[in-house]
Every structure is written in structure tokens, then in C-alpha cells.
Design a protein around this ligand. Sequence first.
Ligand code: ZN
Length: 151
Amino acid sequence: MSSLDELYRAVLLDHYTRPRNRGVVEGDGSAVDLRNPSCGDTIHLTLRLDEAGRIAEVRFLGQGCSISQASASIMTEAVKGKPAAEAVALAERFKAMLRGEAELAPEDGDLAALEGVRQFPVRVKCATLAWNALEKALATATGGRAEGAEG
Ligand code: ZN
């Protein structure tokens, strides 16, 4: 195992054991519940946009494998403070990366820790669960203006 693998493993473990933004945003009308049937992972995602359309608050609850939960934690940190459209673009880039169709940018930070997942196609759905939930919640919160592709 390379030292980079070790580093990424440590990042994932850190997010799994100390998840960021865990909980519920009260009063959110765009709450999303998704499940990954192939692994049993679940996520309950809530968020709040500010007046400028930025993600002011985003929180998740969930259960499942370490990849699904670490990915949810990393996602909330990555999109908090971003305009909805930018968050959707990031979700699309992340999912394209897992399909082997795109590379992450240096500023994508901890997302890089999930790059190794693309070598395990059966786990890709674990990693994308939270991001699909994000896109769904944003589509509802923005009335469809920030809608992204499924998958
Ligand atoms: Zn899983």
C-alpha cells in the first residue's frame, strides 16, 4: 500500500468516526431519504439555503458502511457555503470521477480520499448515495433550477 493510500484511508476513517455536520436542519421542506439497496446504506439529508442561494446549513443522518458515511460527511463539508448550482456541479464532477470520466481538482480536498472507490464498482453506489441525496434536496429547495442528472 502506498503512503497516499494510507493517507486516504486515514481521512475516510476520520470522517467515519467523527462525522461532520451530523444531525437535522430543522424546518427543511426539502428533506431527502435515500437508500442504497446493494449495501443497505441509508441517508437522511436536510439543508437550508440562504437568501443568496448558498447552502447555509447541511446535515445528515445515516447508517451503513464506512464509505457511505464518510462520503456523506465529506460531502457536507465540501458543499457548505457553496451556491446551489456550484454544489450540483461538484456532485456531477465527483460522480464522473467515480465512473472514470473526470478528475478532481486540487481544491476538492478530502474528496480525493474517495478516488480509490472507483476500483471497486460495487462500492461506487455507497460513495454516491449522499451526493444523489444532495442533488435531490437542492432540486426541491431551488424549485428545479439546480437539478442535476441521476445516477
Ligand atoms: Zn455501502
